[in-house]
Design a protein around this ligand. Structure first.
Ligand SMILES: O=C(CO)[C@@H](O)[C@H](O)COP(=O)(O)O
Length: 219
């Protein structure tokens, strides 16, 4: 079973509620990119916005924290109502502790890896996480080109997860469209973040349908 997660980074922030309404019937989760202007150059939104989306009961959220030392911000994002939270391995001094805190907050815990970070960086705590977010672009901006070398990295991660029989899901993010989704699916990913491939299109329902349909073309 695959999941498409529209990334609101590519949505019109001035009409965010309407933008989310346009996809809520078609997906279980939306992807929310939080940037701090340090770990990545841009600044996006914070726990207040996540809380507002949660309050409006639109759709569940997968929050991707692109921030240095997210341990300090975790309590507010957990309280804000995120269902999934991922942190970057590169941004945490005490990654295992951060993962434990997310789980203690009753939230699914993910670890994100930049393209240059090997899967082995997460190996010692692979059994502690709920999902592994493999960045298929360098984090920070929507609309970038998919890095094809990441397909091998997804395969490697998937092999490790399967060989240890772990209940860890692989999520991919960056440059996902109906051409790249099937490659990632074949390699072992099942959660697909798509920004411009959904919000860059006029008809979001059709865009999501096309992505789902592309999953049937991976053999
Ligand atoms: O985390 C990020 C960017 O850092 C993503 O979630 C982007 O929002 C993906 O956008 P597209 O590559 O799908 O346009």
């Amino acid at each position: 079973m695959i999941k498409i997660l529209p990334s609101i980074l590519s949505a019109d922030f001035a009409r965010l509620a309407d933008e989310i309404h346009e996809v809520e019937e078609d997906v279980d989760l939306i992807h929310v990119d939080v940037m701090d202007g340090h770990f990545v150059p841009e600044i996006t939104l914070g726990a207040g916005a996540v809380h507002a989306i949660h309050q409006s009961n639109l759709v569940a959220m997968d929050v991707h924290l692109m921030v240095n030392e997210p341990i300090h911000l975790l309590p507010s994002f957990i309280k804000a109502g995120a269902e999934y939270i991922s942190v970057h391995a590169e941004a945490c001094t005490h990654l295992h502790r951060v993962v434990q805190l997310i789980k203690e907050g009753g939230v699914k815990a993910g670890v994100a890896l930049n393209p240059a970070t090997p899967v082995s960086a997460i190996e010692p705590i692979l059994n502690d996480i709920d999902y592994l977010l493999i960045m298929t672009v360098n984090p920070g901006y929507g609309g970038q080109t998919f890095i094809y070398n990441m397909v091998n990295k997804i395969k490697q991660a998937h092999e490790r997860i399967v060989s240890q029989n772990l209940p860890v899901t692989i999520e991919v993010d960056g440059g996902i469209n109906s051409e790249t989704l099937p490659l990632c699916l074949k390699a072992g990913a099942s959660m697909f973040v798509a920004g411009s491939a959904v919000f860059g299109r006029k008809n979001r329902h059709q865009a999501i349908e096309e992505l789902v349909r592309s999953a049937g073309t991976h053999n």
